[in-house]
Design a binder for this molecule. Structure first.
Ligand SMILES: [Zn+2]
Ligand SMILES: [Zn+2]
Length: 217
């Protein structure tokens, strides 16, 4: 699995493009917010000869869904996320005003919903859906047990953690349906129980590992 990371929009969301050897790809939070970012994303996908198979949102806060409409228009693939966050799609204007985040391309309705334990798969890439509410009611992380990168000496598992867990901190719980207790308990029971060498690729900021984050909890 190849992982390409972009940092998009004023909130610095990490957008990820996962792809296999034959060009099948999964986008996670493709949060491009303006023409420049959209063309950077589209150019990468085109130049790498990728086919966009699935589009996943870790959650539906505005900064993470800014690219959904563009991706759907351009590649014909609708985003998937947890149903408990869909109310946030109706609050895009409110979120934009609240955070001073202008947006000109509202995210459309989801193409499907994901629940805890679902497997999202293209050949060579298998992601297990982990639901951890608390930052938002429908917060999801995507766990890849085996990155399949045999060229690297370390074939460590990977976790795309959205805004659930960051390097040295966790997501805030004071927004739209947040719940600090649920967040901490979900992180402890579902994230920190993953192998310690799991590389955590969060929704914002630098990468970390499960082992490094354990010391904070
Ligand atoms: Zn968020
Ligand atoms: Zn965020």
């Amino acid at each position: 699995m190849k992982v390409k990371q972009f940092v998009f929009n004023p909130f610095g969301v990490n957008a990820y493009v996962l792809s296999n050897d034959t060009g099948d790809s999964i986008l996670i939070d493709p949060s491009a917010s303006n023409e420049r970012e959209r063309s950077v994303l589209a150019a990468y996908i085109k130049d790498a000869g990728l086919k966009v198979c699935r589009v996943l949102n870790t959650h539906l806060h505005l900064d993470h869904v800014l690219g959904n409409a563009f991706v759907e228009r351009t590649f014909g693939v609708k985003a998937e996320a947890h149903e408990a966050d869909t109310f946030l799609l109706d609050l895009q204007t409110e979120q934009g005003n609240m955070f001073g985040l202008p947006f000109d391309d509202p995210a459309p309705a989801l193409g499907g919903c994901l629940v805890d334990g679902d497997i999202v798969e293209v050949p060579g890439i298998k992601l297990r859906v982990i639901h951890v509410p608390g930052h938002s009611p429908g917060g999801l992380a995507f766990y890849c047990e085996n990155t399949g990168d045999k060229s690297s000496e370390e074939d460590a598992p990977a976790l795309f953690s959205g805004d659930i867990l960051f390097a040295g901190s966790m997501g805030r719980s004071d927004l739209f349906g947040g719940d600090g207790r649920a967040l901490v308990s979900g992180i402890k029971s579902k994230i920190l129980t993953l192998p310690g060498n799991t590389v955590v690729l969060p929704g914002h900021g630098p990468f970390t590992t499960v082992a490094d984050e354990k010391m904070w909890f």
